[in-house]
Design a protein around this ligand. Structure first.
Ligand code: AMP
Ligand code: FES
Ligand code: ZN
Ligand code: ZN
Length: 316
């Protein structure tokens, strides 16, 4: 027999095996809000005086996140980036616009092609470069730029438990210690970069989808067509198979890393302060280790359709 709501013993709408609990609608929504506010407080992500820029893709995670932050009373505006990935990107922008319009929220928009002269498919065409790295680099650059230009205190993204556990899995498989040293749900502001926070790291994809359905939020169902077959999805599949056998695996893996693993990879304070200061990109002014930032190099390269550039390093 299906279990009843853990709180009120009413009829359940969802069973969360990893928490060994089922919830009715009211108590599931409350559970999600509590998980998010717990994450915000535990990691000192932001408070009610901060101005938050929520990066919205039109997918379930970022729309659920924006909705939850509004319910929790935070001061938010949204940002959607048009990446130029055909219908997928048009749907993403339209869905984000609709969500903001219906709730009278401020949504900032940046269109890569109109404002910077290239699209993600165009930037990787004819090269062996992985689209997601060009895409991730562009998104991070534009999140930071909009936050700087409009004086936001924090950039907030909808990365969830499934995303973070898969990234952690990939970093561990290859022992990418420099990435492990930075895999925290909040990164402080510094070197001209705004603070970054991921308040959904305690909720999985299934929970954010259920949140949207129960709250009547329309979201883009399709996954990015350019991500098909990438390693990140393979890591997610592997973790899902383990989760199926042993519910709670993902959360033990990721939250256990934050509790017990991270400290072994974090660089000592002295090493952090000894790092070379970043200079302003000679083209756009963004902080960077080189002369021009990776985004400007990607854009100029896309315009020239010349040889691929090194995309590996994340400045922030
Ligand atoms: P992804 O990199 O697609 O897994 O998305 C991770 C997070 O980045 C999402 O939850 C959003 O917060 C943000 N994001 C992804 N795509 C966009 C976009 N086109 N515009 C604004 N934010 C985005
Ligand atoms: Fe960036 Fe797919 S959303 S490559
Ligand atoms: Zn209940
Ligand atoms: Zn630049």
């Amino acid at each position: 027999m299906a279990r009843r709501c853990r709180v009120c013993k009413g009829a359940p709408v969802i069973d969360l095996r990893q928490h060994n609990a089922a919830f009715c609608e009211e108590h599931f929504l409350r559970f999600c809000r509590t998980q998010v506010s717990k994450t915000i407080e535990k990691h000192t992500m932001f408070d009610h005086d901060d101005r938050l820029l929520v990066a919205v893709s039109g997918g379930k995670d970022s729309l659920a996140l924006w909705d939850i932050l509004l319910e929790l009373g935070y001061n938010t505006e949204g940002l959607v980036i048009g990446l130029g990935i055909g219908d997928y990107s048009s749907q993403s922008t339209q869905t984000a616009r609709r969500f903001a319009r219906e709730r009278r929220l401020v949504l900032h928009e940046v269109d890569l092609e109109a404002e910077h002269g290239f699209t993600i498919p165009g930037a990787v065409a004819g090269s062996s470069r992985v689209p997601c790295s060009a895409c991730g680099l562009s998104k991070r650059h534009l999140f930071d730029r909009v936050a700087r230009e409009h004086g936001f205190d924090v950039v907030v993204t909808g990365h969830n438990l499934d995303d973070e556990a898969a990234v952690l899995f990939g970093n561990v498989l290859r022992w990418q210690t420099d990435y492990l040293a930075r895999q925290q749900p909040v990164l402080p502001a510094g070197d001209g970069f705004p603070r970054k926070a991921k308040p959904l790291v305690r909720l999985g994809e299934r929970e954010t989808a259920a949140w949207c359905v129960l709250r009547g939020i329309d979201y883009v169902l399709d996954e990015c067509p350019m991500a098909e077959g990438n390693n990140h999805l393979a890591f997610k599949d592997a973790l899902n198979a383990l989760e199926e056998r042993t519910p709670g695996t993902k959360q033990d893996f990721y939250l256990g890393f934050l509790r017990q693993g991270f400290e072994h990879f974090a660089p000592p304070d002295a090493e952090v302060s000894a790092r070379a200061a970043l200079a302003a990109c000679t083209s756009c002014g963004a902080p960077t280790a080189g002369e021009r930032c990776p985004f400007c190099r990607l854009r100029d390269n896309a315009a020239r359709e010349s040889t691929p550039i090194e995309l590996g390093r994340k400045d922030h």
